[in-house]
Design a protein around this ligand. Structure first.
Ligand SMILES: *[C@@H]1O[C@H](CO)[C@@H](O)[C@H](O)[C@H]1NC(C)=O
Ligand SMILES: *[C@@H]1O[C@H](CO)[C@@H](O)[C@H](O)[C@H]1NC(C)=O
Ligand SMILES: *[C@@H]1O[C@H](CO)[C@@H](O)[C@H](O)[C@H]1NC(C)=O
Ligand SMILES: *[C@@H]1O[C@H](CO)[C@@H](O)[C@H](O)[C@H]1NC(C)=O
Length: 327
């Protein structure tokens, strides 16, 4: 008799959604979060998995046929052409978020007028991005990590530079500094591109390294800082303010050019530290607590974006990308 069953059926239908077992079953049935990589950054293909990220239910893909299902689409700024002709033309699903991804400084990125009111999220090295991904970070050491040992040093100051531009602040600073202390220079700017091994050997064998950024802007702190730190060389930072560096690394782990009123004073300090081993070693205090990790272009950005999308389903818009980034 169906009429007598009705109240029971209704109560099952009403109660079921509130029952935890049903809820988790419903969530299992829910699709993974899909992030579509619209273009490879600089054409560089990366692995489409987030295995070591402690993220589940993320599906990264570069299959444009999944456009209508994708929760997010990742666009790499440098690879967007000026006419936006390589951007999707189809209507945008209402749940889909477009993510602006860029790791280059404003000075090294073209301002494209048509990009305001296009994106929903930003993913860049800037800490005020929706999805901030600095070039590196310090992670606690674990009992498995070997304790820090200072590599053998036979040089005081080194610099590897591939892009030489006399107008850059870093070149002006270098030209002054070298009058007062010997600087060992390497790299494409001096006619020799280094292998990874040579690059690493140079960092290991120098006490200090000129971590001079090519342009000075907010939070723009690159592998030029993190690579020497990871190899046991003390970075001499030229970039944003000391305060901004201290948002990323401990205050006593580096020298900032602004700590000295002239390049000559910096040189004098370096020559002193060359003689005083115990004082030099204090720059490595942090190594008992932390180790350096570098981020991988593309994969870190995609995995973090996917996680972000999972946790933020609401409406978001980047209305003034150009003002925010280039303003
Ligand atoms: C992995 O993520 C889960 C859930 O977000 C969290 O409880 C756990 O602590 C994370 N594990 C690590 C190693 O980060
Ligand atoms: C080295 O520096 C320490 C302070 O860190 C100081 O006590 C010591 O006198 C210095 N040694 C020399 C030889 O300058
Ligand atoms: C390094 O750490 C020691 C003790 O942990 C501290 O006394 C010293 O001041 C630190 N060095 C610097 C430069 O802060
Ligand atoms: C994403 O941004 C666009 C442009 O501002 C907007 O039209 C769209 O509704 C936004 N979508 C979401 C899911 O926030």
């Amino acid at each position: 008799n169906w009429t007598s069953l009705r109240p029971i059926l209704i109560s099952i239908v009403v109660v079921l959604p509130y029952c935890p077992a049903f809820l988790s079953a419903a969530m299992d049935a829910e699709r993974d979060t899909i992030l579509l990589i619209w273009m490879w950054p600089f054409g560089f293909r990366f692995d489409l998995n987030c295995n070591d990220f402690n993220i589940s239910r993320c599906h990264l893909t570069n299959d444009k046929n999944l456009y209508h299902k994708a929760h997010g689409i990742l666009f790499h700024h440098r690879d967007i052409n000026g006419q936006l002709s390589n951007m999707p033309k189809l209507p945008r699903p209402s749940f889909q978020k477009w993510v602006w991804f860029n790791m280059e400084s404003p000075a090294n990125s073209n301002l494209i007028p048509g990009l305001n009111q296009v994106f929903n999220l930003t993913c860049s090295y800037r800490l005020d991005s929706d999805i901030p991904v600095p070039y590196g970070y310090l992670e606690p050491v674990t009992s498995e990590d070997e304790s820090f040992k200072l590599p053998a040093k036979d040089k005081l100051v080194c610099w590897i530079v591939s892009n030489w531009n006399p107008k850059y602040k870093r070149v002006e600073y270098y030209n002054e500094l070298k009058k007062h202390v010997e600087i060992h220079i390497y790299g494409k700017a001096f006619g020799k591109k280094l292998s990874d091994q040579e690059y690493s050997d140079i960092l290991l064998s120098c006490k200090f390294y000129l971590s001079f950024e090519n342009s000075i802007s907010r939070d723009y702190i690159t592998e030029k800082l993190y690579n020497p730190m990871g190899k046991g060389s003390v970075p001499i930072a030229l970039g944003p303010t000391r305060q901004m560096y201290e948002d990323h690394i401990p205050a006593d782990s580096f020298i900032h050019v602004n700590d000295f009123s002239t390049p000559k004073e910096l040189a004098q300090r370096l020559l002193y530290l060359d003689q005083n081993h115990s004082e030099y070693m204090r720059f490595f205090n942090w190594t008992s607590m932390f180790k350096v990790k570098g981020t991988h272009l593309g994969r870190d950005h995609a995995c973090k974006t996917c996680k972000y999308l999972q946790n933020h389903r609401g409406y978001q818009a980047v209305n003034d990308l150009n003002g925010w980034y280039w303003g």
